[in-house]
Design a protein around this ligand. Structure first.
Ligand SMILES: NC(=O)c1ccc[n+]([C@@H]2O[C@H](COP(=O)([O-])OP(=O)(O)OC[C@H]3O[C@@H](n4cnc5c(N)ncnc54)[C@H](OP(=O)(O)O)[C@@H]3O)[C@@H](O)[C@H]2O)c1
Length: 226
């Protein structure tokens, strides 16, 4: 059975992803910052191993990569994400902006660098970065959210460059938008459940190959403008 490695697995879309892949028999390495508090994740059935991981912690990412050195990873999902307090123009919190970049942009890059050999040694060879439509320049009609928007926009550029640089290793790299999802980040007004989002994302992932590498795709399979 294939192997999934996923970050931010304790709640929201990440937790739903773990459940969905585990029920299909995948081996899952589920990473989260506080395994001791991840009650729902710990109670999930299947071949799931939980790892303590903060994607902004370079040493911890490197140490997990060493721990799993002999483990081919078919699918790396960089799901962990951060959306801080919205501040109006004129009240920007620059330290908080930097934290968005550390988690949303550099986190996935750090994971890709640390786990490229694990992914390259697998059968499926897929890296999925969970981005956001909010990071699309073309779709930005409402402004604001400078830190989150720019960190996801930069993640899209990271995805495109990775798709080019890792093509010679046959690794496919995608930026996926999960929809506006009912999670802590998406809030109560969000349009779709985690189940609907994950079901759509899984269809996109299942179809992904060389032709799709470097693309920015919605959970319903449609392309999103950069
Ligand atoms: N929900 C939406 O409508 C929506 C729309 C577009 C894109 N997205 C993206 O989808 C992904 C999942 O979001 P979600 O809606 O499931 O959000 P969520 O419920 O707020 O979950 C965010 C996850 O990221 C983890 N995380 C935050 N900082 C981290 C760090 N430094 N290291 C490791 N993990 C960290 C959180 O862990 P803790 O519990 O420890 O904080 C949590 O597991 C994110 O990348 C988000 O940007 C969501």
């Amino acid at each position: 059975m294939p192997t999934l490695l996923i970050t931010g697995a304790n709640r929201g879309i990440g937790l739903a992803m773990v459940g969905s892949f585990a029920i299909d028999g995948w081996k899952v390495h589920a990473c989260c910052r506080h395994p001791e508090r991840a009650k729902e994740l710990r109670s999930m059935e299947g071949n799931i191993t939980i790892h303590k991981l903060d994607v902004a912690d370079e040493l911890k990412v490197a140490s997990l990569a060493r721990e799993l050195i002999d483990e081919p990873v078919d699918l790396l999902i960089n799901n962990a994400g951060y959306y801080g307090e919205k501040t109006p123009f004129g009240e920007t919190d620059y330290e908080d902006w930097m934290h968005h970049f550390k988690v949303n942009t550099m986190g996935p890059m750090r994971m890709a660098e640390a786990f490229v050999r694990h992914v390259g040694a697998s059968e499926k060879k897929l890296i999925v970065n969970i981005s956001s439509k909010v990071g699309s320049v073309g779709e930005n009609t409402s402004g604001n959210s400078y830190p989150y928007r720019s960190s996801k926009c930069a993640l899209n550029m990271v995805t495109k460059s990775l798709s080019i640089d890792l093509a010679e290793r046959d690794i496919t790299v995608l930026a996926l938008h999960p929809g506006w999802v009912q999670t802590e980040m998406g809030g109560p007004d969000a349009l779709i459940s985690t189940a609907k989002s994950v079901s759509g994302l899984r269809k996109v992932i299942a179809k992904a190959g060389k032709e799709q590498t470097g693309q920015f795709i919605n959970y319903d399979g449609t392309q999103i403008p950069w």
